[in-house]
Design a protein. Structure first.
Length: 138
């Protein structure tokens, strides 16, 4: 099994979000801190990519429209079941939501490694155990 260093420092903030937007999101969900934010491509079931801003807080994952910053979806970290990556040199990853009313989210980002390591740390803080990371080449 391949391990990664958990003490590496990364920037984590790669997109600017207006304070009014984060305040509105925080008020609604009870979050208090932006841990990671970056613009990424979300790939839908028809393999069409749409630019989104992925925002990680201590309790949730959000993805927003990059122009209007409208909230598109929220994933509670308590329902996140795993992260899937491939062993190939690509930048795709899948967030598997354990909520039966939701579905999996496919993203493409140059910040994939940093995002997953940051999510790993935050998830471990919420659950007391690391987020399951699966390697699949499908």
């Amino acid at each position: 099994m391949r391990c990664f260093r958990d003490d590496r420092f990364w920037k984590g903030i790669y997109s600017q979000i207006p304070k009014e937007v984060t305040a509105k999101i925080f008020l609604k969900a009870g979050d208090t801190k932006v841990i990671f934010v970056a613009q990424m491509s979300r790939v839908n079931s028809q393999n069409q990519a749409a630019e989104r801003v992925l925002l990680l807080t201590e309790k949730s994952l959000y993805y927003l429209d990059p122009k209007s910053f409208a909230l598109k979806h929220r994933i509670d970290l308590k329902t996140l079941s795993s992260v899937v990556v491939s062993s190939k040199p690509d930048t795709f990853f899948i967030l598997k939501d354990g909520d039966p009313k939701s579905y999996d989210w496919v993203f493409d980002s140059q910040y994939r490694t940093e995002f997953i390591v940051t999510l790993y740390r935050v998830y471990r803080g919420v659950h007391g155990k690391p987020v399951p990371i699966e390697v699949a080449n499908k």
